[in-house]
Ligand binder design. Structure first.
Ligand code: FEO
Length: 389
C-alpha cells in the first residue's frame, strides 16, 4: 500500500471504505473515504487520521514514505472517530510527536482515548506552526462539524485542509475532482444536507475566513480533493449555508398502507408539475431517508403524506420527520395530506414540526376518508395548486 503524492512532498495517506453503507443513519451507497495527509518537511507532519479498523492500512501508506516513528507533528482537525480512530496508534508509534488541536479537541480526545502520555499543544484561530519549509495556520470552526473542528491552511502551497467541510461520503478510483463532477456534487450535497445542514451560520463564518485565503486546493477529510471545481463547490456552500433553494424544485415524500395516500401523492406531484415545478416523488417504503434529505436540500416546496396508523402517522414518516427536524432545514414551504379511516388530523404532527422550523404552511392539511373519490382528488389538486405562489 503506497501513499499518493498530491503535491511535492505532500502525500494522501487516507483509505477508501468501499463497503461502508451506513454512517450514523446516513446511507452511503458509494462508500466513503477517510483522508489523511502526510507532509514531508523538517518536521514530518500528519494531518488527521482514519477510522480505527483502517489504522494498519494508513500506517503502511505512511511507511511507504517514511518510518511512522519519525512523525514529529500530528494535526487533529476533528475528534470524531472516523478521523481520530487511528491516532492512538500513531501517538504510540511516534513517541516524540506533538499533537496540535483546539482546546475542545484536547478535551474530546481525552474523553475518547487514554491521552495521558500524549504531548498535546492546543491552538486557536490565528496560531501558526512552522514545520520547516512550510507553515501551517489554524482557524477554529466550531460545529463544522463538532465543537472541536478546525481547519488548517498551508499558504505556500495554497492548500486548505478543512476536515469535514467540503467533504463527500464517496469512494472512487479518483483522488481529485477532475472527472464525474455531477456525481461528486450530488454526494457533496447529500453530505451537506445530512451532516452540515444544522450549522449554516457556522459554515458562513468558515466561508468568510476562507475568502481571505488564496486557495488552489481544498483537501477535505472525506471524498475527492477539490482542485478543478473550487468555485463551484464554494458557490454551493454559499447557497446551502444561506438555506437557499431553487424556486422550481419540489419533493413529495409519503408513506402509504393501501394506496390511498400514494394516489394523493401522485395528484400533488402532478399538480405541482403542471405548475412548472420539477417534482421528485419519494416513497419512504422504497427510499432511504438520507437520499430524500438530499433531494430536499435545494427544493423550495415539500409535501408530506401519511395515512393514519393507530392514532398517529406511519412510523416511517414519523422517523423521517424526526430526522429532518434534527437537520433544522429552514426557508421552505410545506403541504401535508393523507388518508384516514376513523381518526382524522394526524398530520398535525408533521405540520407542527415544519412550523417549528419556520417553514411556510399556506394551506391546511388535506385529509381523505378511506378511498379518494374523483371529487376529493380534485379538491386536493386545487389545494396543492394554491400552495405554489
Ligand atoms: Fe467525518 Fe465529523 O467526522
Amino acid at each position: 500500500m503506497k501513499a499518493v503524492e498530491i503535491k511535492p512532498g505532500i502525500y494522501w495517506v487516507g483509505v477508501k471504505d468501499w463497503n461502508l453503507r451506513e454512517f450514523h443513519g446516513y446511507s452511503t451507497s458509494r462508500g466513503s473515504t477517510y483522508n489523511a495527509y502526510l507532509i514531508m518537511d523538517e518536521k514530518v507532519t500528519l494531518i488527521d487520521g482514519v477510522k480505527a479498523p483502517f489504522t494498519d492500512l494508513m500506517m503502511q501508506k505512511i511507511a511507504s514514505v517514511v518510518d511512522p516513528a519519525k512523525i514529529d507533528v500530528v494535526i487533529c482537525n476533528h475528534v470524531e472517530m472516523d478521523h481520530s480512530g487511528a491516532l492512538p496508534a500513531v501517538m504510540k508509534t511516534a513517541k516524540n510527536a506533538t499533537m496540535y488541536c483546539p482546546a475542545a479537541g484536547e478535551r474530546g480526545l481525552g474523553l475518547h482515548y487514554d491521552t495521558s502520555s500524549w504531548k498535546i499543544q492546543t491552538v486557536k484561530t490565528g496560531d501558526t506552526l512552522n514545520i520547516g519549509k512550510h507553515t501551517l495556520a489554524f482557524t477554529l470552526m466550531p460545529m463544522v462539524h463538532w465543537p472541536d473542528s478546525m481547519m488548517t491552511y498551508m499558504a505556500d502551497e495554497k492548500i486548505l485542509f478543512p476536515n469535514d467541510a467540503f467533504g463527500q461520503h464517496y469512494a472512487s478510483d479518483e483522488i481529485f475532482d477532475d472527472e464525474n463532477l455531477d456525481v461528486i456534487m450530488d454526494e457533496a450535497k447529500k453530505y451537506y444536507g445530512n451532516i452540515v445542514m444544522p450549522y449554516g451560520a457556522q459554515v458562513q463564518k468558515v466561508l468568510e475566513a476562507a475568502s481571505a485565503l488564496d486557495i488552489q486546493t481544498i483537501a477535505p477529510s472525506h471524498g475527492v480533493i477539490w482542485r478543478k471545481h473550487i468555485p463551484e463547490i464554494v458557490a454551493k456552500y454559499v447557497k446551502w449555508s444561506a438555506y437557499g433553494h431553487d424556486d422550481d424544485r419540489a419533493v413529495v415524500v409519503y408513506g402509504s398502507m393501501w394506496g390511498s395516500t400514494e394516489q394523493m401523492a401522485r395528484v400533488v406531484a402532478s399538480a405541482w408539475g403542471e405548475k412548472g415545478l420539477k417534482v421528485k416523488i419519494c416513497s419512504l417504503k422504497h427510499s432511504q431517508s438520507s437520499d430524500v434529505i438530499n433531494d430536499i436540500v435545494e427544493a423550495k416546496y415539500v409535501a408530506f403524506g401519511s395515512p393514519t396508523l393507530n392514532s398517529g402517522i406511519l412510523p416511517t414518516m414519523s422517523a423521517f420527520v424526526s430526522y429532518m427536524k434534527g437537520l433544522a432545514f429552514k426557508n421552505k414551504t410545506a403541504f401535508c395530506f393523507g388518508s384516514y379511516g376513523w381518526k382524522k388530523g394526524v398530520m398535525s404532527e408533521v405540520e407542527d414540526v415544519v412550523k417549528g422550523l419556520g417553514w411556510e404552511v399556506p394551506e391546511p392539511c388535506v385529509s381523505i376518508n378511506y378511498r379518494p373519490t374523483a371529487e376529493a382528488l380534485a379538491e386536493l389538486k386545487s389545494a396543492a395548486e394554491r400552495v405554489i405562489k
